[in-house]
Design a protein around this ligand. Sequence first.
Ligand code: HEC
Ligand code: HEC
Ligand code: HEC
Length: 114
Amino acid sequence: MKAALVLLIIIAVSVAAVAVVGAGNQGAENIKIYGGSKGNILFPHHAHQDQLQDCNTCHSVFPQEADSIKKLKDSDQLKKKQVMNKQCIKCHRDEKKAGNPSGPTTCSKCHVKG
Ligand code: HEC
Ligand code: HEC
Ligand code: HEC
């Protein structure tokens, strides 16, 4: 009896662990991105995940790690402003043109001093 109970508990714990791993690491809800002399960017990460569904829309260019954009720029694997121009602003502009909900395209709406 006791052995069966212990086994049940082990199974329950493993199932729970798999469920957590399966959900993946979504990262922080909001992320402060390094923005150089213009000031950092407060990026609503989960709002974009909900809106866009596909992680690779952005993460095909930089990995799912904190400060990955800055690290790639520091090692010359990404150009400065490449993510900003080719991803952020490009998508916001395209969505606005299509008449859909979109994000900011002016400097100070993304770059907040400090
Ligand atoms: C609209 C673009 C975009 C989409 C879509 C996106 N991310 Fe991110 N993600 C970012 C940015 C920007 C960063 C921060 C990179 C940096 O700090 O240099 C980031 C960082 C992360 C990090 C590491 C930082 C942290 O908070 O731990 C994880 C993990 C992550 N993303 C997971 C995901 C997953 C999972 C999905 C899909 C469900 C996803 N992301 C979709 C843009 C995006
Ligand atoms: C949609 C949000 C957004 C808008 C609008 C925006 N930026 Fe950015 N900017 C970013 C992000 C994200 C980064 C960091 C990633 C990168 O360098 O591509 C960045 C990086 C930068 C950098 C730092 C590059 C470095 O590594 O030193 C400068 C300078 C900059 N932007 C200037 C501007 C100017 C000037 C404008 C207006 C004409 C502007 N940005 C508009 C999001 C934005
Ligand atoms: C593929 C499309 C796409 C990409 C890439 C994208 N965004 Fe957005 N963004 C959106 C849409 C759509 C909205 C509007 C969501 C809404 O209103 O529900 C938005 C909204 C925003 C907002 C405003 C949120 C608010 O609460 O008003 C900010 C800030 C923003 N994006 C920053 C960024 C930055 C910084 C990046 C690049 C790291 C980025 N976005 C990349 C589609 C995108």
